[in-house]
Design a protein around this ligand. Sequence first.
Ligand code: CP3
Length: 354
Amino acid sequence: MSTLKNDRYLRALLREPVDCTPVWLMRQAGRYLPEYKATRAQAGDFMSLCRNAELACEVTLQPLRRYDLDAAILFSDILTVPDAMGLGLSFGAGEGPKFARPIDSLSAVQNLPIPDPEVELQYVMNAVRTIRRELKGDVPLIGFSGSPWTLATYMVEGGSSKAFTKIKKMMYAEPQTLHLLLDKVAEAVILYLNAQIKAGAQSVMIFDTWGGVLAHRDYLDFSLQYMHKIVDGLIRENDGRKVPVTLFTKGGGLWLEQIANTGCDAVGLDWTVNLADAKAQVGHKVALQGNMDPSVLYASPERIEQEVRSILSDFGTGSGHVFNLGHGIHQDVPVESPKAFVDAIHHYSAPYHK
Ligand code: CP3
């Protein structure tokens, strides 16, 4: 077992005692950091940055040099998996992601290959190995993937969407086609996350950014069912340590009970959920991650501190809380704000762990 200098993130996910509440930020490596923009310019474009293990490692470590974060997250993207399935991913300047060959028929789904993560996605595994080496055991490394539903929205819509009309049309007009797609993507994600774990990821998180756009029963059938399949297929212990799994559905506050029942270790919460209510509902089964509105980072350090203290008091005493934002950090927040946020969490949470 390789030792960690700071393992409070892993301990909190397993609801083991900690000295203070751990924190990391969703999208902590990114455009709000001038040094990220410089490295990205050096790489040329976003996918070239993801494919270069040394540069991906560099941007992973950048936020850790500035802030006292308790975890690093692999620098990559959720859309690497559909890209490896042959859909042809590109990021046009200021346009967001685009697929050259979106999924539009049953035969397109049937013809989709399941990528070998050590071949088509080897660049991701190389990044994981490089980052682990450079972290030198300071903090744990988080691996991640998109949920099958969230990945399928991009694969069917061909890019970002607001109304999700193409995938919802498939869901209601040709549900078997969508189920086959989700099943294949879930299979690909299991292989991908297990490969990340074998390469050195010490916990994994599944981002279900778009689960919240589904109707109640559709969420259970088309999103949660496939995340459950992934949880069942994951390696849960590696190198003598448990590998905790976090599920995050944005807008998933209505389904906390069902998410917690998948057997995951932790549930990520967006800012619409009250942490005290969530803890009362599922805190005996899972740890909770979240959940400050990312827009609070536009406020003064005093206002950020105030919000941190309110959220800490909502969770109250004991382990089982990983502090985070309720969604990714915005690209135009002042670089001083995450410092006020992280330092306030460590400082004000200590009394809750006595
Ligand atoms: O958290 C981290 O620091 C790790 C890196 C990470 C990125 N994307 C880097 C990235 C992670 C975990 C993701 C996940 C991701 N990617 C999600 C799920 C999480 C969420 O925020 O809901 C989604 C939906 C995507 C898909 C995606 N990737 C979109 C829609 C975009 C364009 C967004 C935009 O604002 O332009 C990306 C690109 C992307 N992924 C960037 C980064 C830092 C920006 C690319 C750039 O440098 O231009």
